[in-house]
Design a protein around this ligand. Structure first.
Ligand code: DC
Length: 216
């Protein structure tokens, strides 16, 4: 098992960009676990399953499915779904299906395996609490609701996806509620995680803050 820098936080706190850049700086691999949840959700949605489907149906559908995150791209049974998983709809399904035990059990092992052969920066909702409770370093990135909605709005606009600020804010609020109130592995701040509020920080400031915290 390599060294793991585990980073959690709510939707839109800037975890992905920050984690990717920190990994590059340190020569670690980067694991975007939200992308894995999005890919599994895309698979289940395509199979006609819903957030209310029985546990057994979800397990049967996932069994034998291959999900992988490699050099920034996400593969579902060999298909590159990196673009398809980035729509607001895919984010919604990821949030819905990620509350289900069958999905979390399946991805737990995929995520643990990613750390077997080297050092990684892993970001998500339960990296510090469930998947890598013994991580080398733990961080929790946060930002105000408005700040996170603004970031999401800009990201989607840049990708050419139509969204209003009101919709971005609604999306962030809905996801906060679902991701932090679910029964299994809800988003929560681990007591031993370094808390960073990124609302008034730019990307370089957040990265410097994290890099200097690693030296301590
Ligand atoms: O980080 P993201 O927006 O790509 O994540 C999409 C959804 O996946 C998020 O709303 C909750 C879920 N998720 C999770 O439950 N656990 C993780 N470790 C990562 C993501």
């Amino acid at each position: 098992m390599g060294r793991v820098i585990a980073i959690d936080g709510p939707s839109g706190a800037g975890k992905s960009t920050v984690s990717r850049r920190v990994a590059e700086r340190l020569g670690f691999s980067f694991l975007d676990t939200g992308a894995l949840y999005r890919a599994v959700a895309l698979h289940l949605h395509r199979q006609g399953l819903t957030g209310d489907s029985p546990e057994e149906a979800l397990r049967d559908s996932i069994e034998g499915t291959m999900v992988a995150f490699r050099t920034g791209s996400v593969f579902l049974n060999g298909e590159d779904v990196s673009e398809a998983i980035r729509t607001p709809e895919a984010g919604h399904y990821a949030s819905v299906f990620s509350a289900r035990k069958a999905v979390r059990d399946f991805l737990f092992q995929v995520q643990r395996d990613a750390a077997l052969h080297g050092d990684i920066v892993a970001e998500g909702r339960d990296m510090t609490t469930v998947v890598f409770p013994d991580a080398w370093r733990k961080l929790y990135l946060d930002a105000s609701e408005e700040g996170r909605a603004r970031r999401r709005y800009r990201q989607l606009k840049e990708k050419g996806i139509e969204i209003s600020m009101e919709e971005a804010l609604r999306d962030v609020r809905e996801r906060d509620i679902r991701d932090s109130r679910r029964d299994i592995a809800p988003l929560r701040r681990a007591e031993d995680a370094l808390y960073i509020d990124t609302t008034d920080m730019d990307l370089d400031e957040v990265i410097s803050c994290i890099l200097s915290s690693l030296e301590r």
